[in-house]
Design a protein around this ligand. Structure first.
Ligand SMILES: N[C@@H](CC=O)C(=O)O
Length: 318
């Protein structure tokens, strides 16, 4: 395993990208989940060719209760009619908690029963362990399913997130059921290192960038599982088509999507979910831009900025 790499030599032109989109859970004026809008957004996302990922950070997985999680899975199964999707498996806990395999296994079973592929959402109990124990935890979960995705999340978004050391990542690559991993450190270098390691050890393994601040990581060999794509699965689908075709229009579309990402994921970054609601309301896709109770908000003064970006993006895909 070598940490040496030249990003310019890693560029993979005209590659078919796999896009997974972490779906925003929309809310009504009364602070309830807007199930109708959720259903429409899952369907809209799948119709663009992106795979929906529900019950992720963008779906407020650590804030919603069990019946809500379950209803999200039911609606996703109903609306997709067998089309593939991913969903976060998570064991809610507190700092200092012990690893709780049983709850993860239960969540994974539920996701699979609904036709989804589990994404192992981190928790204090998982990431608070020593590296060897973290690997053993993933191996334990792997025994219960055919396919799952691992997920490294930045602490900027959730306090129990963790970026593993490269040895731990290499051990994940050796778990056959772990078919990919979302990398959301929000830094390029560890993702380039993971791509290099992937190419050396297991070329079929998917590195999904979760870096909403560097969505061009797809140029270097990453696929993506982004929250930003929930703002505009249609924009992302077009960008990906341009990359596959070697069309120069990829770059300007990517630039404007990145401007949207930089704006929406600025400090405090967890408020990006409110930005997403503001943007989806501007698009006419949800009737209310309330975010999940308990989640941080953006000011109303963001809306004209988002509107300008939306107009530019709409023009670019017209
Ligand atoms: N969009 C992600 C968070 C950022 O990487 C998610 O929903 O999990």
């Amino acid at each position: 395993m070598s940490p040496d790499f030249r990003p310019s030599e890693m560029i993979r032109p005209q590659r078919k990208l796999t896009g997974i989109s972490a779906i925003l859970l929309p809310f009504t004026e009364a602070g309830e989940v807007d199930w109708t809008a959720l259903q429409a957004h899952i369907l809209r996302t799948a119709e663009t060719g992106l795979m929906p990922a529900v019950n992720m950070d963008t779906g407020f997985l650590n804030l919603i209760d069990e019946p809500t999680k379950l209803r999200v899975l039911e609606i996703t199964r109903e609306v997709l009619h067998g089309a593939p999707f991913c969903a976060g498996a998570y064991s809610a806990d507190e700092p200092g908690a012990a690893w709780c395999a049983d709850e993860y296994l239960r969540q994974m079973e539920l996701i699979q029963q609904h036709g989804g592929m589990p994404v192992i959402f981190q928790s204090y109990g998982l990431t608070g362990q020593a590296p060897a124990e973290i690997v053993a935890a993933y191996e334990q979960l792997a025994a219960s399913c055919d396919r799952f995705l691992a997920f490294e999340l930045t602490e900027d978004l959730l306090p129990f997130g963790k970026t593993y050391d490269l040895e731990t990542y290499a051990a994940l690559l050796k778990i056959p059921q772990c078919v990919g991993a979302k990398h959301s450190s929000f830094r390029r270098e560890p993702e380039w290192q993971r791509l290099k390691l992937r190419d050396e050890l297991r070329p079929d393994f998917k590195v999904y960038t979760g870096n909403d601040l560097a969505i061009d990581m797809v140029m270097y060999g990453s696929d993506y599982l982004l929250g930003l794509s929930t703002f505009g699965p249609d924009y992302f689908a077009r960008r990906d088509a341009y990359w596959l075709a070697g069309d120069a229009r990829f770059y300007e579309l990517n630039d404007w999507l990145q401007y949207l990402g930089m704006f929406a994921f600025r400090d405090p970054s967890p408020a990006y979910k409110h930005s997403a609601a503001q943007f989806l309301k501007l698009r006419g896709w949800i009737p209310c831009d309330n975010t999940c109770p308990g989640s941080p908000t953006r000011p109303d003064s963001d809306v004209p900025v988002l509107a300008e970006i939306m107009q530019k993006l709409d023009a670019l895909i017209a």
